[in-house]
Design a binder for this molecule. Structure first.
Ligand code: FAD
Length: 427
């Protein structure tokens, strides 16, 4: 059987040691079969185990193989579309519920790290950086909006103040969120997987779900085994393929790329990001970066619609890094990789249930580190019969991408080109 390794990322190279996990052989019976061991699957598994369910997780490759083990590591609050957009498209009660949940994912991560002693270099503090006055106006209104939902750890940064937290000349100001922050994303996933196992859950790696036999007691088939369950949670996100055809039409896998420098040394690292906050700018096609615990710069940006792997990632991302930090022109790039996230047309998560017993959450469209942790809790609540918060997500409307499966990529790329032009022109 094919053995799919991690991509050659900085995260894989610096992952905490974990024992190998077997592939599923033969038949097992469980309460909940979770498909996918990224944050959505692991968070669901943990909340379910904590509530007395028996859980079996099937992972096609390895724990954290997908976006959860490759991302920028930024703990960003709220959703990929902010609450004001939600307020305009749903009723006040649903908007209120979704707004209240927008800051819970970050708290869940911190609770998990503390409760299960997860070694993942957790640091507090994330900055949204404004490149022009329009961005700054947006951050001011975002602060007011988030404060309305009780989220108060925010500080607006003027041009002088932002220079104190990031040595980039391009910014006119920013917003500091002290409940944001950053982590080693793969080590977070590995720590959560160990927590799942410590509570009696089972994780099979190299065990792709290839078919779901639907019915009162659904069965998930892998190449060499099957799992009979009361419930299924589908958490394969951008790597799911066509396992559940009804989900594919309303979402689109997209790639985004990340590079990691050689270690910069304490002194240079401290001049770039003196308080060790993570940063993302306010462009639609945004750049995001942070330091690692061994003082490298991890820098990400760019989107490839349709998730083709670009040939030379360093050639795409390094110029963006040098635009922010020309002082790094002689620094070597040690790692470059790509990963896929799942985009929906509204950029809000696609959540729901098929029949009585197949649940799913996917498509958080870029910012997913916090949302996926919340999703696990909300899915577990729904399986326990408390579906109010689940329904608030499940009732969000979703539409197919224009052009269908064949033409959605060029259509979305055209949209992105338009927004990229707006970013460049600053309007
Ligand atoms: C490069 C990159 C940078 C990012 N940076 C950030 C960031 O800094 N901050 C932020 O908030 N968000 C970021 N994101 C988004 C965030 O990482 C994702 O939203 C989140 O990790 C998605 O988690 P998930 O569990 O839903 O999916 P994934 O982590 O992709 O996990 C899905 C898992 O399911 C498995 N799977 C798929 N199909 C099957 C099957 N048939 N059978 C068994 N297993 C299957 C896959 O192998 C995979 O391990 C980034 C994404 C990428 C790609």
């Amino acid at each position: 059987m094919a053995n799919t390794p991690y991509p050659q990322s900085y995260y894989a190279a610096s992952a905490n040691a974990v024992p190998p996990r077997p592939a599923l052989q033969g038949e097992v019976e469980t309460d909940v079969c979770v498909i996918g061991a990224g944050y959505t699957g692991l968070s669901s598994a943990l909340f379910l185990l904590e509530n007395g369910f028996r859980v079996t997780v099937l992972e096609a490759a390895k724990v954290g193989f997908g976006a959860s083990g490759r991302n920028g590591g930024q703990i960003v609050n709220s959703y990929s579309r902010d609450i004001d957009v939600i307020e305009r498209s749903v009723g006040p009660q649903q908007a209120q519920l979704l707004g209240q949940m927008a800051f819970e994912g970050g708290r869940i991560i911190r609770e998990r790290v503390a409760k299960y002693q997860i070694q993942c270099d957790l640091k507090d503090g994330g900055v949204f950086a404004a490149l022009n006055s329009k961005h700054m106006g947006h951050l001011e209104s975002q602060k007011r909006l988030w404060e309305r939902y009780g989220h108060t750890q925010l500080e607006l940064l003027d041009e002088r103040r932002i220079r104190e937290v990031v040595a980039c000349e391009n910014y006119v100001g920013g917003l500091l969120d002290m409940s944001g922050g950053h982590i080693h994303p793969l080590n977070l996933a590995l720590g959560e997987a160990a927590a799942v196992e410590s509570l009696g859950g089972t994780i099979y790696e190299q065990s792709a779900a290839v078919r779901i036999e639907r019915g009162a007691t659904p069965v998930v088939h892998t190449a060499q085994g099957k799992v009979k369950a009361k419930f299924i949670i589908v958490a394969g996100n951008a790597y799911l393929g066509n396992l559940v055809p009804e989900l594919a039409a309303k979402s689109m896998p997209c790639g985004t790329q990340v590079i990691t420098t050689a270690p910069l040394g304490d002194e240079l690292a401290k001049t770039l990001l003196p308080q060790d906050f993570c940063v993302e700018d306010c462009n639609y096609l945004l750049d995001y970066y942070r330091l690692t615990s061994d003082k490298r710069l991890i820098f990400g940006g760019g989107v490839v619609y349709g998730a083709r792997d670009p040939a030379n990632i360093e050639a795409i991302i390094r110029p963006k890094m040098l635009k922010a930090f020309p002082q790094l022109k002689d620094v070597k790039i040690d790692y470059a990789w790509t990963g896929n996230f799942l985009l929906t047309l509204s950029r809000l998560p696609q959540v729901g249930r098929i029949g009585d017993n197949i649940y799913y959450s996917q498509g958080c469209s870029g910012h997913g580190v916090t949302y996926t942790h919340l999703a696990g809790k909300v899915l577990a609540e729904a399986l326990r019969g408390q579906a109010e918060r689940f329904d608030a997500f499940a009732d969000l409307p979703h539409y197919p991408f224009p052009g269908g499966q064949l033409l959605r990529t060029p259509f979305a790329a055209m949209g992105a080109w338009y927004y990229g032009l707006r970013d460049k022109l600053g309007f």
